[in-house]
Design a binder for this molecule. Structure first.
Ligand code: HEC
Ligand code: HEC
Length: 409
């Protein structure tokens, strides 16, 4: 008996010796070596996973206390991933191999250069299909407890099944996604490296097989690494009094005031309280009324409700609201000034949030609000946009809206 297992050991040793140089070659020869250090803003904890390192973590007050309190703490972040897993997620995010025909990556609709959105009122899916809503920014998305405009998804993993497998978005199937990834030797090596699978002396040929949960985890890890918390507003909040220009400071004061009430819903530091609110934004012309949360939660009182969006990097992600209803920030803040529920269709009786009223802000105050919103821009932790991805396909980028408009002579 021992003789047989010895010879088995010998065989697997030989196999391991034969495989070892191959494994090294795999790791060094492809250009997709995964980094072993945490992204900017994160540091290793005692378990060698990356945790957010932010001054905000020293502020204890709950994030939803008060109107625009400066030293408010952050909600919990979905962090704690190994750097290799985060970096693998970065390649997956930009790789159109995730769509059924190789035409769309996550980054085609969530383009880092457009605030991780796409510059369009309504996103464009596979075969040019126009979706119902606009692609939101993904900055700080790892802090969110409810996802999508209508707040109907509870985790990043759950949310991504939508775009991956919807016939309107990336049109893939779990089976096809797994097959294309497993057919790619570079990805197999990268997944093995990131998840410590397929290493050692195991002769099990399935050891480096990519599983769906690994794909979802890597994408989640990358998404959760998109942190923007170092804007001029933040320096001001941490005590640098000169960080905001006078016009921006005026804007902050309007934003925090009991007249405008912006800070009640767009609560610092994330500039959202993550609640659903019914504010009655008018749909773009010829578009049917969007019932928002009312359609997905099954609660009739939530008709017309949307999750309060974060305003971080808001200057980068025009147009605004759930269908790109407004082109500019000035137009967007102007909406809040025209009387409670003024934009609701006549045949709708929505339960407009009581903070949406007629604040009667002067034009200059609206201008200062816009100035302030610009002080929320910080892309200092922008991840590196890969020039090449393991599939060999061109990395996904948003097609600029101008390129789509038909020019009339
Ligand atoms: C065809 C364009 C498109 C593609 C491709 C796409 N998305 Fe999106 N994404 C959207 C749109 C549109 C929404 C908003 C949908 C809604 O709320 O109804 C969205 C919403 C999200 C949200 C929720 C954001 C929030 O504020 O709650 C996350 C997270 C997200 N996408 C991640 C991804 C990931 C990861 C991928 C790749 C697997 C991906 N998306 C691919 C268009 C796209
Ligand atoms: C009652 C809660 C509430 C209050 C008060 C409020 N907002 Fe909003 N805000 C929302 C919701 C909900 C949305 C998304 C609505 C939609 O898409 O239909 C939104 C969207 C926005 C957007 C567009 C975000 C994007 O990603 O497109 C901006 C900018 C904005 N609000 C600024 C302000 C300002 C400035 C004020 C104060 C004048 C304010 N908000 C007051 C709830 C609120």
């Amino acid at each position: 008996m021992w003789f047989r297992s010895l010879s088995k050991l010998g065989a697997s040793l030989a196999l391991a010796l034969w495989l070892a140089p191959l494994a090294i070659a795999k790791q060094t020869n492809h250009d997709f070596a995964l980094v072993d250090y945490c992204p900017a803003g994160f540091k290793f904890n005692e378990h060698s996973v990356c945790k957010l390192d932010s001054i905000y973590n020293t502020y204890k007050s709950p994030h939803n206390s008060g109107v625009g309190g400066l030293k408010a703490g952050l909600p919990e972040l979905r962090d704690g991933f190994r750097p290799e897993v985060i970096d693998l997620g970065r390649y997956l995010f930009f790789d159109p191999i995730l769509s059924s025909d190789g035409s769309l990556a996550c980054s085609s609709c969530h383009d880092p250069e457009l605030g991780f959105s796409d510059g369009k009122g309504r996103a464009v899916g596979i075969h040019g299909q126009i979706l119902e809503r606009s692609a939101p920014s993904l900055w700080n998305i790892g802090f969110f407890q409810r996802l999508l405009w209508d707040g109907s998804k509870a985790s990043l993993e759950e949310q991504m099944l939508g775009p991956l497998y919807s016939e309107l978005e990336m049109g893939n199937t779990p089976e096809n996604l797994l097959k294309t990834l497993n057919d790619n030797a570079t990805y197999r090596a990268m997944f093995a490296e990131a998840f410590h699978s397929g290493t050692g002396t195991s002769a099990n040929t399935n050891a480096d097989t990519i599983r769906l949960d690994m794909v979802y985890e890597a994408l989640t890890a990358f998404e959760s690494s998109l942190i923007s918390l170092n804007s001029r507003f933040d320096f001001y909040a941490h005590g640098a009094h000169n960080a905001l220009a006078p016009s921006e400071l005026e804007g902050l004061n309007v934003f925090r005031s009991f007249v405008s009430r912006c800070g009640e819903c767009h609560t610092p530091p994330l500039f959202t309280n993550q609640q659903l609110a019914i504010i009655g934004v008018p749909e773009p012309e010829d578009r049917p009324f969007d019932p928002g949360a009312g359609a997905t939660s099954g609660i009739p009182e939530q008709r017309g409700g949307f999750r309060v969006p974060s305003l971080r990097n808001i200057a980068r992600s025009a147009p605004y609201m759930h269908q790109g209803n407004f082109e500019t920030l000035r137009e967007t803040v102007g909406f809040y000034n025209k009387g409670r529920g003024h934009a609701v269709p006549e045949d709708e009786s929505l339960l407009i949030h009581w903070h949406i009223w007629d604040p009667n802000l002067r034009d200059e105050e609206l201008d200062r609000l816009v100035d302030f919103l610009h002080a929320l821009t910080d892309e200092g932790f922008m991840p590196e946009i890969p020039m090449r991805v393991p599939s060999g396909l061109p990395p996904g980028r948003a097609i600029k809206a101008q390129a789509l408009t038909v020019r009339t002579p």
